[in-house]
Each structure stands twice: as structure tokens, then as C-alpha cells.
Design a protein around this ligand. Structure first.
Ligand code: NAD
Length: 285
């Protein structure tokens, strides 16, 4: 069992006052975000902090995790945690509650795309498939389980998970990723049906394509000689909504709504944030 390395950034300075508006506030909330060192997790941590929360980001990438916590400021701290190791998740939740007295929001966001080659399911490498499932599925279930352990007795809490447009439509991403992301709305429905009676909400977000390190790495494999600018343009071109492209902040704001009291009646839901991408494909134009 991998040992959990925990180091918190020294926090002697008083937290700056939140610039929270009355709507979509996370004032006073304590949130834990997996995969918080980069991309959507980091952007969401920033959004929660700007609206008054304290955020514990956890990630298997130690260097990026400490760097992200520093950038996010005094309301953020970092713990190393591999979501495939249940003991890591358990310790991250326990340590958060020990340090902050509670856990209001658990965001199971860490994920990988996994290998895209070979593209045919007839050639699927089962070891690679298992690896994607361990992070994208078992890691999320483990996060739900350990958050529920503290939220059920507390009688409140909000659990968020990240699915994808690839979990709504087939054929947008490699098979392992698509299969893994289809499981997320299912586990959300299953858990929501039980957690309702305890006052705990659980929802997932299905983002469209955002130019995070994950997507840029993936596109780099498809277009090995393209410049970063060209890759970013490719992502922009995936938006169906005139005049808009999906940015990290769009996903972070959806998470903020669900985590705030304004989302208090929303549970068991898959919030698609894709600028019409799935509507467009379903409509078959
Ligand atoms: P990212 O690569 O920028 O961030 C993912 C983070 O997860 C990284 O910091 C990585 O170190 C961490 N991580 C990976 N394996 C881990 C493990 N075993 N334990 C702990 N942390 C681990 O990617 P992102 O685009 O921000 O993706 C975040 C989530 O959003 C993923 O679940 C991804 O599938 C999903 N998503 C992304 C997009 C997009 O367009 N970027 C679209 C739909 C869904």
C-alpha cells in the first residue's frame, strides 16, 4: 500500500476576505478536490476560494500540487494522494476533517484519458483499460464512499464528480475513457438515491472540450507536429455555440453553483457544460 505523504503549506497569514457575492457563495465551506493540481480541478479550487471556501487539493503529482497550492494562496493546501489507493483517499478525507472540523464539498475530479492507440476495441490492452478504470472509476467510487462516511453522520454535504461529453456520446474519445466516463452518471444516480435521506447531495459535471494539459497531451498524440497555438485553435473549433468556447472557468462556475446553497435542490444530476456539443450531435446535424 503506497504511503500517503502529507505536507501542508504553512498557513500563518490570515485568510483574505472573500470577494463573495450573495449568489453562489462557498463562504465558510471546506472543500476537497482530487486532481486539484491542474486544469479543471485547479480552476475550480480557485473559484471556490474566491467565493469564500477553504480548499484542500489532492493529487498524485506532488510537484504540481505544491505549486498549485502556492498559486491559489492561503486558503489552499495540498496533500499527495493517489486516488487508486483507497487508504490515500480515506486519509485525505480524515485529515481534512481533523484540520478543518468538517467536509462540505468533495469533488472527485482526477482523471486520465489513457492510451488512444490502438484505436480498435478489438485490440484493447486490458492492462491499460484496468489502469483507466482504477483512476476514472474506482478512484471516484472511493471518493464518494469516504465522503459519504463523514457526510452521512453530519447530515449534509455535497459530492461532485467529473464525467465528460464522452460519457454522454460514444465515439468522441478512446474506448477506455468513454466507458469510464459513462459510469459516472450511473454512480451518481445510485448514490443519490441513498444519500437523499441523509441530506447529502451528489451530482456530476460533463464538460465539453477544454484546453487543459490533459486535452493538449491527448491532441499532441493525434497531431504530433502541431504547435501549441494550433492545438488550442483545434479545441476552439470544437465549440458549437457561436461566440463561445468552453473554458476552465465555465466548468468551475458550474461546480460552484452545485456546491453552493443555490444548488441545494439539485441532486442525482449530470450537468452538461458543453456549449451545445451533445445537443448538436444528438440532433444529428
Ligand atoms: P489535467 O490533466 O489538467 O488534470 C488532471 C489531474 O488529475 C492532474 O493534476 C493529474 O496529476 C491528476 N491525477 C491523475 N491521476 C491521478 C491519480 N491516480 N490520483 C490523483 N490525481 C491524479 O486534466 P483536466 O482536463 O483538468 O481533467 C480533470 C477531469 O475532467 C478529468 O476527470 C477529465 O477526464 C475530465 N474532463 C476533462 C475535459 C477537458 O476537456 N479538459 C473534458 C471532459 C472531462
Amino acid at each position: 500500500m503506497a504511503a500517503l505523504l502529507i505536507r501542508s503549506i504553512a498557513r500563518t497569514i490570515k485568510r483574505p476576505p472573500a470577494t463573495a457575492s450573495a449568489a453562489y457563495s462557498t463562504e465558510g465551506k471546506v472543500a476537497l478536490i482530487t486532481g486539484g493540481a491542474s486544469g479543471l480541478g485547479k480552476a475550480t479550487a480557485g473559484e471556490f476560494i474566491r467565493h469564500g471556501a477553504r480548499v484542500v487539493i489532492v493529487d498524485s503529482d506532488e510537484e504540481s500540487g505544491f505549486k498549485a497550492a502556492k498559486e491559489l494562496g492561503v486558503a489552499a493546501e495540498f496533500m499527495v494522494c493517489d486516488v487508486t489507493v483507497e487508504a490515500d483517499i480515506a486519509r485525505a478525507v480524515e485529515t481534512t476533517v481533523e484540520r478543518h472540523g468538517k467536509l462540505d464539498v468533495m469533488y472527485n475530479n482526477a482523471g486520465i484519458v489513457g492510451p488512444m492507440i490502438p484505436a480498435s476495441i478489438s485490440e484493447l490492452d486490458m492492462k491499460e483499460f484496468e489502469n483507466v478504470m482504477r483512476i476514472n472509476v474506482i478512484g471516484v467510487v472511493s471518493g464518494i464512499k469516504h465522503a459519504a462516511k463523514v457526510m452521512i453522520p453530519a447530515g449534509s454535504g455535497c459530492i461532485l464528480c467529473t464525467s465528460s461529453v464522452a460519457g454522454v456520446l460514444g465515439g468522441l474519445a478512446p474506448h477506455s475513457y468513454t466507458i469510464s466516463k459513462f459510469t459516472i452518471p450511473g454512480m451518481v444516480k445510485s448514490a443519490a438515491s441513498e444519500l437523499c435521506e441523509h441530506g447529502v447531495r451528489i451530482n456530476c459535471i460533463s464538460p465539453g472540450t477544454v484546453a487543459t494539459p490533459l486535452v493538449l497531451r491527448y491532441l499532441r498524440k493525434v497531431f504530433p507536429t502541431a504547435t501549441e497555438e494550433k492545438l488550442r485553435e483545434t479545441v476552439k473549433g470544437m465549440s458549437e455555440l457561436k461566440g463561445a468556447e468552453c473554458e476552465e472557468a465555465d466548468v468551475a462556475k458550474a461546480a460552484l453553483f452545485l456546491a453552493s446553497e443555490d444548488g441545494k435542490y439539485v441532486t442525482g444530476h449530470n450537468l452538461v457544460v458543453d456549449g451545445g456539443m451533445t445537443a448538436f450531435k444528438i440532433a444529428g446535424f
